[in-house]
Design a protein around this ligand. Structure first.
Ligand code: ZN
Ligand code: ZN
Length: 333
């Protein structure tokens, strides 16, 4: 994983061939962990227009996201709710346990040490928290803290969502997995055992945890490794942030990590035309950095673009498993 921890991959996964053909049009902003109830008064005319993008095959980097019309610099292309998110352990007392919004005072709803910023988040968090609060997480959290691991927390949250029936066990299968070495798989074993142990001590019924195998745990972590975004809340208004490269924000400002569906389909470019930002919570916004023409591929930068070409290549190769062939790398290479 790169030290920056931003998303993705650009490799082709053959089983998507049938799902994402050249003509596939993505007509939603993202898959959310919870769905807002439909508004009865809503007419088709009042619904927001679908985002001006489609997911299609690139020539060499597998899936990619393309503009279906001209997009102006600074425009919001779409937003996306996380499939799964989790605050970093260091931020657990200062951000909402569901949406990762910073909590200035403790006036928000609170329960057993975690804070939720509003009634909506309190309600939405039930999809994992009703299960999570039945178990003792001391050992599991200690393991994450001492080993400096953040991704097992996402797996724990996803497992709770699956047990409560709010998510399918295969919800992240569509994302590209990292290739894992035997050593990495062995290192994951302790986390898996602690997770399983916490559920079994909490007397969660066996039929509800039958999905929780070592293979499932490893496969989910393999996807999270290259698809998780580190969330740095920008706060304030977007216009103030245009000069701010999201990836260069200090590590301490990260409030947590999350995985998304659609944002994971964006390929990387060291000189991107699009960037992903978080204003006040884990809802991601994809913004155009330059004017983008119809048909152009939209790309984001997974890493700190200010690094040297060699440093970028090394992080992309070790963390994401590909060699960057973007124009800036080609110019310098
Ligand atoms: Zn919240
Ligand atoms: Zn590059």
């Amino acid at each position: 994983m790169s030290p920056v921890g931003l998303s993705c991959y650009s490799r082709w996964l053959s089983r998507f061939k049938t799902i994402y053909s050249q003509s596939t049009v993505v007509s939603f902003s993202s898959t959310a962990t919870t769905t807002a109830p439909p508004n009865e008064n809503e007419t088709p005319l009042s619904r927001p227009a679908p985002p001006p993008i489609r997911v299609a095959l690139t020539e060499s980097a597998g899936r990619g996201v393309f503009a279906t019309r001209r997009i102006g610099a600074g425009d919001t292309i779409h937003s996306a709710k996380p499939l799964v998110s989790h605050p970093s352990l260091a931020a657990i007392n200062t951000v909402c346990y569901f949406c990762l919004k910073k909590i200035q005072t403790f006036s928000g709803s609170q329960r057993q040490g975690v804070s939720l910023c509003c009634e909506k988040c309190k309600e939405s968090s039930k999809v994992f928290y009703d299960v999570e609060k039945r178990a003792d997480w001391l050992d599991f959290d200690d393991y994450c803290r001492t080993e400096g691991m953040k991704y097992p927390l996402l797996v724990k949250r996803l497992a709770c969502m699956v047990i409560s029936g709010a998510a399918q066990a295969n919800i992240v299968d569509i994302l590209q997995p990292a290739s894992l070495t035997q050593e990495m798989i062995l290192k994951m074993e302790e986390g898996f055992c602690l997770l399983q142990c916490a559920f079994s001590k909490a007397n969660i019924r066996k039929e509800h945890t039958s999905f929780l195998t070592k293979q499932w745990y490893t496969a989910v972590l393999a996807r999270i490794r290259i698809n998780a975004f580190r969330i740095d809340l920008a706060g304030g208004v977007y216009e103030d942030l245009l000069s701010l490269a999201a990836a260069s924000v200090e590590a301490e400002s990260a409030v947590g990590n999350a995985i998304y569906m659609l944002p994971s389909f964006y390929n990387h470019d060291c000189d991107p035309n699009t960037h992903i930002i978080w204003i006040e919570n884990a809802d991601a916004k994809l913004k155009a950095l330059h004017d983008i023409e119809e048909g152009e591929e939209l790309r984001i930068c997974y890493i700190d673009a200010s690094l040297s070409c060699d440093a970028r290549q090394s992080i992309l190769s070790q963390g994401f498993g590909f060699k960057c062939n973007c124009l800036s790398c080609k110019r310098l290479g």
